[in-house]
Write a protein that binds this ligand. Sequence first.
Ligand SMILES: Cc1cc2nc3c(=O)[nH]c(=O)nc-3n(C[C@H](O)[C@H](O)[C@H](O)COP(=O)(O)OP(=O)(O)OC[C@H]3O[C@@H](n4cnc5c(N)ncnc54)[C@H](O)[C@@H]3O)c2cc1C
Length: 401
Amino acid sequence: MTAAAPFDAIVIGAGAAGMMCAAVAGQRGARVLLVEHAEKLGEKIRISGGGRCNFTNRLAQPANFLSQNPHFCRSALARYGAQDFVALVRRHGIAFHEKHKGQLFCDDSSEQIIAMLRAECDAGRVRWAMPCRVRRIAPQGAAGFELDTDQGPMHARRVVIASGGLSIPKIGASDFGYRIARQFGLRVVEPQPALVPLTFADWQPFTPLAGVSLAVRIGCNGMAFDEDLLFTHRGLSGPAILQISSYWNPGETITLDLAPDFAGDALAAALVGHKRQSRQTLTNVLAALLPRRLAEGWIAVNRLGGDARIADASDKSLRALAAGLQRWELQPSGSEGWRKAEVTRGGVATEELSQATFEARRVRGLHFIGEVVDVTGWLGGYNFQWAWSSGVACGMALAAG
Ligand SMILES: Cc1cc2nc3c(=O)[nH]c(=O)nc-3n(C[C@H](O)[C@H](O)[C@H](O)COP(=O)(O)OP(=O)(O)OC[C@H]3O[C@@H](n4cnc5c(N)ncnc54)[C@H](O)[C@@H]3O)c2cc1C
């Protein structure tokens, strides 16, 4: 490692965004050093998508990202979109498949994406300092920055912060990027766990439903998703909850339709209609319309007397049962936190950054990319796409000088 060598840019964090940025800048002629404090490269990529890395989403567009400025991501996504990353994956001969709603996964292993990024960095003659911890960054006027690291001082005209968010601290997440932003007087939107299971006070009555999974419609703050829900011992999880968790704020309620295939009052009408088959129990009728464990659990939790014949139930109570299932309002007490969150919502405020180069408007030569920026994708490959898109835009800017 030639720490004392002059570099055009030092990229801090060799995750998805950092490797992409370094590779692009290096291949365009910039002398780049990549600094990573973890012992093992690309741990988050490795564990992503259940080990197969959901590396992008074919349908990715700006509407799939949250930010205080929803337009900020447009330019980077337009310059380097899902199809560009897919072309790179194809060039490296990595086989992949589409799973659900445009989500693209490796057929074999997420290791292939790490190896691909490493090879791209090699093609750009990127230098590495790893493991290496950066303690401080000091501005040095026109000369750029001096980094105080455990491998000694390092210098570069430009520094890129690609240190990611706060989720999964045990594999290297740190608040480094936010600290550096604040050190240079940049606003940070309060980081919060996102794509995270939600927890509920007094959940005990629902624990018999743990393990039940079903397709639902979920809503909060004007956003709705049609996804799968999973009941757990501590609360609710599954893609539906992870998606809505990014839109939920403490104190707010979420709304669930547990029978989204029944439009309008079709479920109520079906239940009332079944009264004619007078010998069936309420549980059996409901279990014919919904997953049996949900039907049984819901009737038990709400003490609805499932063994009684449906013919003996009033129309009003059946309509109330349908409404309860289709307009279930819940107030989460919290989330499973950083340990379980897939991403961080919030981060370096976008008005502080150029959307073309990701350079801080007020600090020449200091760039922020990837998850540390206040842009958060939906579940389904969007967060990696943001890492690639922001990494490429910044990498091109580094090479341009
Ligand atoms: C379990 C899990 C599964 C996921 N699955 C998917 C998926 O399938 N599809 C998808 O799109 N997204 C997925 N994500 C989200 C995705 O992994 C992140 O959004 C993405 O990795 C962010 O890229 P990044 O480069 O900004 O940050 P990271 O990938 O987190 O990289 C940041 C790097 O910086 C290093 N670092 C931190 N602080 C310092 C420091 N002070 N000095 C030096 N280095 C430092 C870290 O060690 C890390 O290597 C998943 C996340 C998790 C936790």
